[in-house]
Design a protein around this ligand. Structure first.
Ligand SMILES: Cc1cc2nc3c(=O)[nH]c(=O)nc-3n(C[C@H](O)[C@H](O)[C@H](O)COP(=O)(O)OP(=O)(O)OC[C@H]3O[C@@H](n4cnc5c(N)ncnc54)[C@H](O)[C@@H]3O)c2cc1C
Length: 360
């Protein structure tokens, strides 16, 4: 059940016990929450962060490791949904975030681009529209035809070990003075008080940075965010294939990348079991795992043994618009990245901290 990213060396952090004061309390210590913590510290606030489990033990440390520019939908659809100016602004913000990630963690971020591979002639036509819209706004993309199939190459994208990045960021913000607590599920929260199983943070502002399960922490957001389970598997190192960059296939429903040591990490198939996968349960299931295994064996022709199978929860927004708002007085929420929160979540987490501290 452990993700392939887990090297097992995280020592863990204490649970919150008793009473702590802070200017800002961040709930959720995935990539988005840690970005909020880092921004709060950068702005001079005293920051406490709490997580029900461990740092990046949710989707942030159990995902596919793709670092993608842009919002969840393909750029031409984002333009239709948001308007050209806003879609371009979001795209630029995520490109800036990718640059920052590559500067901060050059050993953990591989910036070799990503592929969108079409599964049908209709999807190939969609790739053409996708390409035209990106080029109209001077973003980098090119047609691709290679061993993985036909589609588009986005040269600015990248891949990472998301759990290692998050843990490193947690270490960095702690060195800068943030107080982070694991195994501290929040039971009640207002804009000035966050109560956990065994403690309380008294604060001036709160950011809730939870993607999957956001509507449980803040029931007001039911309908705005819906939680789905996403599943993955990974193999032993193999040289049966060489995949220099992560691949998004079949309208993005299936995805895989080859890690630097040769392992294949592969996820997807949610759409094939969609009724079962709208769930808060984050345990892998046999039918989805069998479908993933078929892609591995029959599409990628990889026979290497499967060493890891795992799942996690992610928040999906029906309109693909992530949440970023004050939900209760003094309580700002971000989440609902619809399956693409590694880069977008860092942008939204930072912005949520700025909003909470009255700076945006
Ligand atoms: C299998 C899978 C593959 C994915 N692949 C990719 C990918 O390749 N690229 C990409 O960009 N995105 C991908 N995503 C989506 C991405 O992982 C998420 O959008 C992103 O990690 C969300 O980060 P986060 O910090 O907002 O939320 P999370 O990582 O979900 O962190 C939220 C934290 O809040 C904590 N929490 C929840 N409730 C409480 C509570 N009551 N009290 C205290 N703490 C609480 C949780 O324990 C958790 O640690 C994938 C998701 C999954 C599940």
């Amino acid at each position: 059940m452990k993700p392939v990213w887990d090297d097992g060396v995280w020592a863990g952090l204490p649970a919150l016990e008793g009473h702590v004061d802070a200017d800002l309390c961040v709930v959720g210590l995935g990539g988005s929450g840690l970005s909020a913590v880092a921004e709060g510290i950068r702005l001079g606030a005293s920051v406490a962060g709490v997580d029900a489990g461990a740092v990046a033990a949710g989707a942030a440390g159990r995902n596919g490791g793709f670092l993608l520019a842009g919002p969840a939908d393909a750029y031409h659809r984002a333009v239709a949904r948001l308007g050209r100016e806003r879609a371009a602004a979001v795209y630029r913000l995520t490109l800036d975030e990718l640059d920052l990630m590559a500067r901060q963690d050059p050993d953990l971020v591989r910036r070799g681009g990503s592929l969108r591979i079409a599964a049908s002639s209709a999807e190939e036509a969609d790739c053409e529209r996708h390409l035209a819209a990106l080029r109209d706004d001077d973003f980098n993309a090119e047609r691709y035809d290679g061993p993985e199939g036909t589609g588009l190459l986005f040269p600015d994208d990248g891949a990472t070990n998301p759990l290692a990045r998050a843990r490193r960021l947690a270490d960095a913000v702690r060195r800068d003075g943030a107080r982070l607590f694991e195994r501290s599920p929040v039971t009640t929260l207002t804009g000035t008080s966050v109560t956990t199983a065994a403690g309380r943070v008294q604060c001036d502002h709160v950011v809730v940075a939870v993607d999957g399960g956001l509507e449980v922490v803040l029931p007001e957001l039911a309908g705005r965010v819906r939680t789905a389970r996403l599943q993955m598997l990974a193999t032993a190192p193999t040289d049966e294939v060489t995949l220099p960059r992560p691949v998004y296939a079949r309208w993005g429903y299936d995805y895989w990348q080859q890690l630097p040591d040769g392992r294949i990490a592969l996820g997807g198939c949610r759409d094939r079991f969609v009724d079962d996968e709208w769930t808060l349960d984050a345990a892998p299931t046999e039918p989805v795992q069998a479908a993933l295994e078929r892609i591995l064996r029959e599409q990628l022709h990889v026979t290497a043994p499967i060493t890891h199978r795992w799942a996690a929860s992610a928040g999906f927004a029906p309109d693909l618009e992530p949440v970023l708002e004050e939900v209760r007085p003094g309580v700002f929420a971000c989440g609902g990245y619809s399956g693409t929160g590694n880069v977008l979540g860092a942008v939204y987490g930072r912005e949520a901290a700025r909003l909470a501290l009255g700076l945006s």
